[in-house]
Design a protein around this ligand. Structure first.
Ligand code: ADP
Ligand code: MG
Length: 386
């Protein structure tokens, strides 16, 4: 049996003196391709991974909810009646972690779903703040938990939108839909190809002989709000200068014909986005053909583009990527997520994955004096009851 499942069940029984009625699981995610294009109406290709939040929960007999964050050894009680205030039962401000589950209750209430009070314990093996979307996993876990206890119907994409709204408005973090989408809609052994404009998506099979290896540089992501906002405005300006509503509507050919009309910085940012959108579409075509080598080359191109055009890499990410590419069996390596630290994602022959992970870690430490975490991941199912 899964040890996180056992852990939440045990802590739930010790805390609430009964057996939990529901057990839920919600995965983190890693993005294979389509970086910094979600806010440009582009295509993304994430995978829900086999690292997840586990929740044990039951309807509460009390008029308030009690939540235990087992990993932080913290407990919070709150009443639905006081939402949207961000305070606990005693009127004290909620700790940061509690805003994610309480925000989910808020988003459900706002959408017209009544949420019952619940007792819940949760734990997770998605590293926090590394770019594998531990926050979306918490949200998709709690939306599923509240859905199970309240007994209403909502499809995975609707749950993803509710989670995004909770994070955008209640927690106050400006994220796109990709993370919640991947956690909600994940499919075992498949990548998820999402059109961020229409929210149409399809699951694309991953070859069984490749592993997804995620390497955390141990450099905290420090994409300051200003750097992120600078890139967003550059994209908006680029679209405006092309007379388009977003860069999604600018083809690579059109960009090439007119790029000299853009200020150089805007041209670099826009070039990444325009090419990355095309690259991701092409990569899905290659993946469907099982052409892992060509797919991996596009991952490499994506890294170069993020490094040189979008300028969101850093020394450690480049070092990690360069070491990875020196191994046989590594098809592609690139930074994943917002950048300036965090993780790389690598596509590696399954038979080489263990060795790759071990040597990548030790050679990275030799080069940087930092201790990375390396995870061999597989694509897993999205959030739901187990
Ligand atoms: P990430 O890239 O991992 O999503 P975020 O900063 O968006 O990074 O979200 C991390 C936050 O999510 C944590 O600071 C915490 O508030 C919450 N969180 C994630 N996992 C847990 C957990 N296991 N227990 C409590 N809170 C968690
Ligand atoms: Mg997050």
């Amino acid at each position: 049996m899964n040890s996180l499942r056992e852990r939440v069940t045990q802590i739930f029984e010790d805390t609430f003196r009964e057996q939990p009625k529901f057990i839920l699981r919600a995965p983190g995610r890693v993005n294979l391709l389509g970086e910094h294009v979600d806010y440009n109406d582009g295509f993304v290709l994430p995978v829900a991974i086999d690292r997840a939040v586990w929740i044990a929960c039951s309807p509460a007999s009390a008029p308030h909810s009690s939540l235990v964050a087992a990993d932080l050894d913290e407990r919070v009680s709150f009443s639905s009646a006081t939402i949207p205030a961000k305070t606990d039962l005693e009127g004290k401000p909620l700790p940061h972690w509690a805003k994610y589950p309480v925000g989910c209750a808020w988003a459900l209430n706002e959408a017209g779903h009544e949420t019952p009070s619940i007792n819940a314990v949760f734990t997770s093996d998605v590293p926090r703040g590394s770019g594998l979307s531990s926050s979306a996993a918490v949200e998709m876990g709690f939306i599923s938990a509240l859905q199970a206890t309240a007994g209403f119907e909502a499809d995975p994409m609707s749950r993803a939108k509710l989670g995004q709204r909770a994070e955008n408005v209640y927690v106050g973090v400006n994220c796109g839909i990709m993370d919640q989408f991947a956690s909600a809609c994940g499919k075992r052994d498949h990548a998820l190809f999402l059109d961020c404009r229409t929210l149409e998506w399809q699951a694309v099979p991953l070859p069984s002989d490749v592993a997804i290896v995620v390497a955390d540089t141990a450099v905290p992501r420090s994409l300051s709000d200003s750097a992120y906002n600078e890139r967003r405005s550059a994209c908006e300006e680029g679209a405006r200068l092309f007379g388009a509503s977003s860069l999604r509507d600018v083809s690579v050919a059109e960009f090439q014909r007119n790029k000299q009309k853009l200020p150089p910085l805007v041209a670099r940012r826009a070039q990444h986005v325009v090419e990355e959108i095309q690259r991701t579409e092409h990569a899905v075509f290659l993946l469907k053909q099982g052409n892992v080598k060509a797919f991996g080359r596009l991952m490499n191109e994506c890294h170069e583009s993020l490094r040189d055009l979008y300028e969101v890499s850093c020394r450690e990410l480049d070092v990690m990527v360069n070491i990875a590419r020196s191994f046989d069996g590594c098809y592609g390596a690139r930074l994943t997520g917002a950048g300036f630290g965090g993780c790389t994602v690598n596509l590696v022959a399954q038979s080489e994955a263990e060795q790759f992970a071990k040597e990548l870690a030790s050679r990275y430490t030799e080069a940087t004096n930092k201790i990375p975490s390396v995870y061999i991941c597989r694509a897993e199912e999205g959030a739901g009851m187990v």
